[in-house]
Design a protein around this ligand. Structure first.
Ligand code: C2O
Ligand code: CU
Length: 483
């Protein structure tokens, strides 16, 4: 599709014999569920040895940041130290935390100034695959590498019932690098008015990985997180036995992946159970087809080692994981809202509200505002934003999102997880409702409409925005007040 360059595809495939073990790089807890993070400039070996290290901004010097692991029911403590030259915050994407811990500058905390620290105290209500990233100057801070995965494990016996031999986080990132493998400058309206900032190199756990080895018959739980600024992925696993078991951390009835693949928009996650073939030397291609056949490329290839197979026969589909304690909305009594996405190139938006004043598209462009939610382009200065939505605290909400643009948008709500009902809200039985996927980010195709429902049970002012960070910064962000 549109902005993907050939160079990215070539570089993705050019890694030659690079091989690295898929073993997860765990950050060590200093005590139970207590971690230290420091954001600072550091070198990342993204394309080493084909090229030099890349000067990046990283958590604890690692690309991606360390995987934080804790257990459901724990309180996660993270001491965050800012060693950058600019303010930062950390947002815990997908976690339902109190507003003051949500990491949004001005709305939930004062930004962490250079040289300062902040302690995050995060109740872990839900098990699943989550991630963390700054929420200030986001396009640049994430695009330079500040992003990492957060895994909340289920109670022990549950993990066992899945029968996974290994639990492997896969952090997918893209990078826009110049000829010297250094990060290309940020800003400019082109990315913002189109599909966002696409990279020309895609990394898996911080490197280009052509091959990842597993034992014959091994059952892998892949926790795949899309940490890219803008890129979507649509992954398939060839003929291998593979099921999606969770989306955005929340369990679904296991669904066989097949050739349809699994879509993972910017900010989204998918947990996949993959059963490796029983024979040694077998290959499982992992292909990304998000931008059509012309741009399809091999993300990596899983290969079976010559070890003795772990089992003699193929296994049945995994069981569903237990659901997280997300309240079921009452659709009948829900407050109804509409959220219309507008703007961008090739769209129909001609004008919008900015700072309480009507502006023409040309004028908005000059101000760097090219996207609007319900006709309002978010101010560049977040502190001055007024709520676009008011959600009655404790009440059920249905928001119908209409994508009136020519682009994809992964729409993300803070503080809550929502159920994706389908194109429109209709009456459904409690058991049908309970089967709808729970997400924190929903990917809308051009022209698509999606209704989501949730109970507004977490008081505060919450961000609602497109997770294409260049869209967010160019107006596609709003505040929803729960009170
Ligand atoms: Cu992952 Cu408001 O963001
Ligand atoms: Cu968008």
């Amino acid at each position: 599709m549109r902005s993907l360059t050939r160079r990215r595809l070539l570089q993705s495939g050019a890694a030659g014999l690079m091989y690295a073990a898929a073993a997860p790089y765990l950050a060590r807890a200093t005590e139970a569920a207590h971690f230290q993070l420091a954001a600072a400039a550091a070198d990342a070996p993204l394309v080493v040895p084909q090229g030099p290290p890349t000067r990046a901004w990283l958590y604890n010097g690692e690309a991606p940041g360390p995987v934080l692991r804790a257990r459901q029911g724990d309180t996660l403590i993270v001491d965050m130290e800012n060693r950058l030259d600019e303010p930062t915050t950390v947002h815990w994407h997908g976690l339902r935390v109190p507003n003051a811990m949500d990491g949004v500058p001005h709305f939930s905390q004062t930004p962490i100034a250079p040289g300062e620290s902040f302690r995050y105290s995060l109740p872990l209500n839900d098990a699943g695959t989550f991630w963390y990233h700054p929420h200030i100057n986001s396009s640049e801070q994430l695009g330079r590498g500040l992003r990492g995965m957060l895994i909340v494990e289920e109670p022990e016996d549950v993990a066992e019932s899945l029968g996974a031999d290994r639990d492997i986080p896969w952090a997918l990132e893209d990078w826009r690098l110049d000829e010297n493998a250094q990060i290309a400058p940020f800003g400019g309206m082109h990315d913002a008015a189109h599909g966002g900032r696409f990279g020309n190199v895609v990394t898996l756990n911080g490197a280009i990985r052509d091959r990842i080895e597993a034992a014959p018959g091994e059952r892998l739980r892949l926790r795949i997180a899309n940490l890219a600024n803008a890129l979507s992925f649509r992954l398939d696993f060839g003929d291998a036995a593979a099921w999606v078991i969770a989306l955005d951390g929340h369990p679904i009835a296991p669904r066989e992946i097949g050739s349809d693949g699994v879509w993972i928009g910017a900010g989204q996650r998918a947990d996949v159970i993959l059963d490796m073939p029983l024979s040694p030397g077998a290959e499982v291609p992992v292909t990304d087809t998000a931008y059509g056949a012309d741009y399809a490329y091999r993300l990596t290839t899983l290969t079976t080692s010559s070890a003795k197979p772990l089992r003699a026969a193929e296994r049945p589909a995994p069981p569903a994981l237990p659901t997280n304690p997300i309240p079921l909305p009452d659709l009948g009594s829900a407050q109804l809202h509409e959220l219309r996405l507008e703007g961008g190139m090739m769209g129909s938006m001609r004008s919008g509200m900015m700072g309480g004043r009507m502006m023409g598209m040309r004028e908005m462009m000059l101000e760097g505002r090219v996207w609007a939610l319900n006709g309002v382009a978010a101010a560049a200065e977040m502190a001055s934003m007024e709520p676009l939505f008011s959600f009655g605290q404790g009440r059920s909400q249905i928001v119908t999102i209409i994508n009136d643009t020519a682009w994809h948008h992964p729409m993300h709500l803070h503080g809550h997880s929502f159920r994706v009902l389908g194109p429109r809200a209709q009456n459904m039985s409690a058991s049908d409702l309970a089967r709808t996927p729970v997400r924190d980010t929903v990917l809308l195709a051009p022209g698509e409409q999606v209704a989501v429902a949730f109970v507004a049970d977490n008081p505060g002012d919450w961000m609602l925005h497109c997770h294409i960070l260049e869209h967010q910064e160019a107006g596609m962000m709003a505040v929803a007040r729960v009170a």
